[in-house]
Design a protein around this ligand. Structure first.
Ligand code: 2AM
Length: 182
């Protein structure tokens, strides 16, 4: 499509967590488990926007900038396999209210601006493998990564020379928690 970019809002993952997860993945899954997502591409999507115009991007960025949301902690302590989409994922067993509110706000703003949003409820996840082979066993839930989320990011999904890369375009801070909010 002319003059459109494939965009989504997401949470960045700290580089040290990306590399810990990739090491854990290599130790816990067979090489033929599926197509592993590159370490630098591990992220948690909040709202997928699709291929959108610069005008729509600007409108959605303005709305994103008005979001008043507190920082929150993200714990990745669950994993699962979606057989239909052949995706193996990590996610939080209990998503914080902050995460759900932020995603719901961005998804509602996207929907109101004509970006199709899946009717499925938001299921926060980090995709670890795509095209998963049928018989992959999920390791026992002894893993746990936790980090504080201070901002959310607008990414462009780019496909070049056979590789997908997610390029951060813009970012917005979350409010730091005051003592009385903790
Ligand atoms: P996934 O990891 O579950 O595939 C960039 O493609 C990001 O947007 C991915 O994290 C992807 O989620 C998410 N996404 C959500 N809906 C999508 C769609 N319809 N097409 C492509 N990506 C989508």
């Amino acid at each position: 499509m002319a003059d459109t970019r494939r965009l989504f809002f997401a949470l960045e993952m700290p580089a040290e967590v990306q590399s810990q997860i990739v090491n854990w993945r290599a130790e816990n899954f067979p090489a033929e488990a599926g197509r592993p997502v590159a370490a630098a591409n591990l992220h948690l999507t909040l709202a997928f926007l699709g291929d959108i115009s610069a005008e729509k991007q600007k409108a959605l960025c303005q709305l994103a900038g008005r979001i008043q949301q507190s920082a929150f902690s993200l714990t990745l302590d669950d994993a699962g396999l979606w057989a239909r989409s052949k995706v193996l994922w990590l996610g939080p067993r209990h998503a914080s209210l902050g995460l759900i509110q932020l995603a719901n706000m961005l998804r509602a703003q996207a929907a109101r601006n004509g970006c199709y949003q899946s009717p499925q409820p938001f299921h926060p996840h980090v995709t670890l493998y795509r095209n998963v082979t049928q018989n992959v066993a999920i390791p026992p839930p002894t893993f746990r990564w936790q980090y504080k989320v201070h901002e959310f990011v607008l990414y462009e999904s780019m496909f070049k020379q056979g590789r997908t890369r997610y390029q951060p375009l813009d970012r917005w801070p979350l409010r730091e928690l005051r003592n009385k909010d903790k």
